[in-house]
Ligand binder design. Structure first.
Ligand SMILES: [Zn+2]
Ligand SMILES: [Zn+2]
Length: 80
């Protein structure tokens, strides 16, 4: 009789190590998405843009629309 389970895996591709690597990658990815969610409120609290965003809308101020188009946040209305 010959065993079919004879093939031993080298340590670096041992299933347990692969799992550990996978978990590390997954938790890093989870952390990343949590961080990007946390950075979601880019507007100043209480600003016109913040209020609009909370209503699920975009601020209609021309200055804010322009900033939005440029991929930015209106600095006039969202001063730090
Ligand atoms: Zn605004
Ligand atoms: Zn503005």
């Amino acid at each position: 009789m010959t065993s079919v389970t004879g093939g031993r895996l080298p340590d670096h591709i041992h299933p347990a190590n692969t799992m550990k690597t996978l978990l590390t990658v997954l938790s890093a990815a989870a952390l990343m998405s949590t961080l990007s969610f946390g950075a979601d409120s880019k507007y100043k609290e209480g600003s016109c843009c913040d209020k609009a965003a909370k209503k699920g809308e975009k601020c209609a101020h021309p200055c804010c629309v322009d900033a939005e188009k440029a991929g930015k946040v209106c600095e006039k209305c969202n001063k730090k």
